[in-house]
Design a protein around this ligand. Structure first.
Ligand SMILES: *Cc1c(COP(=O)(O)O)cnc(C)c1O
Length: 356
C-alpha cells in the first residue's frame, strides 16, 4: 500500500464546531461544500449530526450525497439552484436554498413546490459576486413574500475581507446590510463566515456559517489570537521510500529549480501534485520528518516530492513525513505556493483516508 494517508480526526472536527458555535453565540451551519474541504463530506456530516444545527453545501449534487447517506439535518444550498428543474429535488429532499439573483427569484416565483421553500435571500453588500444590490433588496424580499412560494426567509450576506480584522470593509458591509434590511419584517439573519465568527462580534446574527475553522485552519493572516484553540482535523502524511546522497552542485528533480550547495541527503516521499500537494510549494516548503522539521528541495512531481535529510542523520528509508497537520500548518505550505490553506485541502485525493 502506498503510504500516503489523510488522517481525519473527527473529535477535532467536533471540538472546532463547538468552539465556533460558542464564539458565534447562536445557531451555526457547518459548511461541508467541496467534499468538506477535502475531508470527506459524508463522514464529517455523520460526525457532526448530533451537534450541528445544520449543514451548508455549494450545490444540489453535494446535498443529494448527504441525504442519500441518511443525513436528515437542514442542508442549505449556498449558491441556490442553477436550473429550474432542480427545484423539484430541493422540494423533495427538503433543502434550504439561497436566492441570489433575479434569475433564481423568477424560478422560485414560477415553481410548484409541495410546500413553501426555506429561502436565504442574498444581498450583495460589497463583494460584488452575487446577491441583490442593497437598493434592490427590499423589492426582491417583497416579491418572494408575494409569490407565496417562500415560507421562512433568512436575510443573508457574505464578507469579502473578514479575514483581515483591521480592514474597515467588513464594518461597511454590515452597515450596508443593516440599512438595506431596515423596515423589513423581522426574521433570521446570517452574515458571518469563519473569519466573521472569530473576529467580528457585530456579525453575530442568528446563523453563523463556519467553513475553514471547522477543519481547524485559521482564515486569519498571522498575528491574530482569536483562533489559537482550533485543532487541525486533517493530518496529511507519507513516508520516505528512497534516499540518495549527492555532492555539491547536483540538480534535483525537473528543471533547474534546485542545485545542491552542500553534500546533501535527499529523501524521496510518496506524495505529489496529483495527490493535492501544491506544485508551486517547491524548495523551502516545510515538512516534519520523524517529528523534526525539514523542508522540500527541488520541484514537486506528480507522484513524489523530495525533502532534505542532511541535518537529520537518524532519518532515512521509512521515515514518517507530515506534509501538513498539527506541526506543519497547511497555511504555511499554502503560503509557500502563493495560495491559502483552503486550496490544498480541497485538492487532496488518491490518499488513503483514515477516520479516527
Ligand atoms: C464557503 C462559504 C462560507 C464558509 O466560509 P469559510 O471562510 O470557509 O468559513 C460561508 N458562507 C458562504 C456563502 C460560503 O460560500
Amino acid at each position: 500500500m502506498r503510504p500516503l494517508i489523510a488522517t481525519i480526526k473527527l473529535d477535532n472536527l467536533r471540538h472546532n464546531y463547538e468552539l465556533a458555535r460558542a464564539a458565534h453565540g447562536d445557531k451555526t451551519l457547518a459548511v461541508l461544500k467541496a467534499n468538506a474541504y477535502g475531508h470527506g463530506a459524508v463522514r464529517c456530516a455523520q460526525a457532526l449530526a448530533d451537534i450541528a444545527d445544520g449543514f451548508a453545501v455549494a450545490c444540489l449534487e453535494e446535498a443529494q450525497q448527504l441525504r442519500a447517506a441518511g443525513i436528515a439535518k437542514p442542508i442549505l444550498l449556498l449558491e441556490g439552484v442553477f436550473e429550474a428543474e432542480e427545484l423539484q429535488l430541493v422540494d423533495e429532499l427538503d433543502l434550504w436554498m439561497a436566492v441570489a439573483s433575479e434569475r433564481q427569484l423568477a424560478m422560485v416565483e414560477t415553481a410548484q413546490p409541495s410546500k413553501p421553500f426555506n429561502i436565504w435571500l442574498m444581498m450583495d453588500s460589497g463583494m460584488h459576486r452575487e446577491g441583490f444590490l442593497p437598493q434592490d433588496y427590499q423589492a426582491a424580499w417583497r416579491r418572494l413574500e408575494a409569490s407565496g412560494k417562500a415560507g421562512k426567509i433568512t436575510k443573508m450576506t457574505h464578507f469579502a475581507r473578514a479575514d483581515e480584522p483591521d480592514v474597515p470593509m467588513t464594518f461597511s458591509q454590515l452597515e450596508m446590510f443593516d440599512a438595506a434590511t431596515r423596515g423589513l419584517p423581522a426574521g433570521d439573519e446570517s452574515v458571518a463566515n469563519s473569519a466573521g465568527i472569530l473576529c467580528h462580534p457585530r456579525a453575530q446574527r442568528n446563523w453563523g456559517r463556519v467553513g475553514i475553522a471547522l477543519y481547524g485552519v485559521t482564515p486569519l493572516s498571522a498575528g491574530f489570537e482569536q483562533d489559537k484553540a482550533l485543532r487541525p482535523v486533517m493530518r496529511f502524511s507519507s513516508k520516505v521510500f528512497g534516499v540518495r546522497e549527492l555532492g555539491i552542485g547536483e540538480p534535483i528533480g525537473y528543471g533547474d529549480n534546485f542545485i545542491t550547495h552542500r553534500p546533501t541527503r535527499v529523501g524521496l516521499v510518496a506524495c505529489g501534485y496529483a495527490d493535492g500537494y501544491p506544485r508551486l510549494a517547491s524548495s523551502g516548503s516545510p515538512a516534519l520528518i520523524d517529528g523534526k522539521r525539514s523542508q522540500l528541495i527541488g520541484r514537486v512531481s506528480m507522484d513524489m516530492l523530495t525533502v532534505d535529510l542532511t541535518d537529520l542523520p537518524e532519518a532515512g528509508m521509512g521515515s514518517e513525513v507530515e506534509l501538513w497537520g498539527e506541526a506543519v500548518s497547511v497555511n504555511e505550505v499554502a503560503a509557500n505556493a502563493g495560495t491559502i490553506g483552503y486550496e490544498p485541502l480541497c485538492n487532496v485525493k488518491r490518499a488513503h483516508f483514515v477516520y479516527v
